[in-house]
Design a protein around this ligand. Sequence first.
Ligand code: ADP
Ligand code: MG
Length: 490
Amino acid sequence: MTRDRWPGAALIDKPRHFIAGDWAAPAGGSTIDVEDPATGERIGAIAAGNAQDIDRAVGAAQEAMARPVKWLATERQDALLALAAAIDAHAEELARIEMRDGGKPISNASRVDVPASAAILRYFAGWATKLSGETTELSQQGGARGFTLREPVGVVGQIIPWNYPLMGAAFKIGPAIAAGCALVLKPAEQTSVSTLRLAELTRACGFPPGFINVVTGAGAQAGAALVDHPGVSKIAFTGSTATGREIAAACGRQMKRVTVELGGKSPVIVMPDADLDAAARAIATSIFFNTGQTCSAASRLLVHAGVAGALLDRIARIAGSMKIGRTDDPDTQLGPAISAVQRERIEGFVAGALATGARAITGGDLREGPGYFVSPTVLSDVHAQAAALREEIFGPVLCAVPFETTDLDEIAALANDTPYGLAAYAWTRDLSVANGLADRLQAGTVRINACGGGDLSLPAGGVKASGFGRENGRAGVEAYTELKTVTMAY
Ligand code: ADP
Ligand code: MG
């Protein structure tokens, strides 16, 4: 077995940040262990960045934006396209990094994470040359003109979680660079290796030094220093609601722009007329893919009692057929949770639900180590106040709640009974029901006859405790700009 010769090894033998287009030795000597969640083995270390490292990276970003020779929109577009091509050219290597560092089955990493990251950068590359302000008719006599300029917001600090490391980096780099911002990206301490490799790849892609900087480290040190740095104009954060609240508050005090893309507990409503086979497949994929570590996962199943048994049978059959195991086995579909802490959290939610009357239709058992594996689990009859039904588990655990009514207000009230509002899904063949639910559901995204993430061209984001701001689409790029109004009398 060749697990010790993996492509990320060189990056974490000697921990470094990526600043001003080159590797940078960390200011302090502390490091954070990198582990393989499939085995629990320590495989290297990253630098535990501190305020000094952040200050250096922000300085490099400020210098990059202040250069008298402007980095043109066409050049930014070409750089993002070149980076996407570099991802394609290094696809196998990047997939193996995601597998080893993030515990992703190799088939998932190579079929989803890596090609999606390239696609994300290609999508945003197009926006670099398509942003614009507008000219309006002024209501005044005499010669006068008014228009808006859309300017980059400034240096941005970006903080991402561990569930989709490479894609998460692409989702942040793409719109910031398209808008003309220099950035300092802090990947999650559990999964920094692919971001470091991506930064290294930028060197051959025409990015002027300082536009992309990566500082690794813990949230409370490197992350907090980035949030607090006065040279940063905007923070783009994706992660937990608890951390998002702190970051939004800190940005509020500094009057810093901020977008927070947070957790979810997304309902999926299945009406009696739904295509049950299609619904079962989509729900199972949404809640089990990536071991349930997906913010938009369909985690609360609200199913009409008339079809509950038939639907749950189908989902349980899919769960039972999923291959769990070694991440380097091409047939493996389900990998481990990211960490021991995360596995314990997931198991705690399941145990709590079972102790208060829930029934495990499938899964619910504890798995032995090594590695942080969790069984795909479907729970029914979960107590209305059980934490498993109310909080984001971030694991492969579906909580099913049957309902009897066909009244849309009552169904929507069940779906909306959550602090979160990231996404909501509904399955029906009835146009009136579909539109009626879309009107009533409190969520940043409503999908009918589909579950999970949507199209890059559509804005995604939350309402309520799922945060604010939108990523993707025009809105996602404009979030990195500021409008300046200009008038001219002549
Ligand atoms: P989790 O608890 O699952 O790790 P978090 O939301 O805490 O999720 O982490 C998401 C990202 O936010 C990570 O990159 C993490 O390092 C960072 N982070 C955590 N706490 C803070 C903080 N106080 N300030 C800035 N970033 C933070
Ligand atoms: Mg790791």
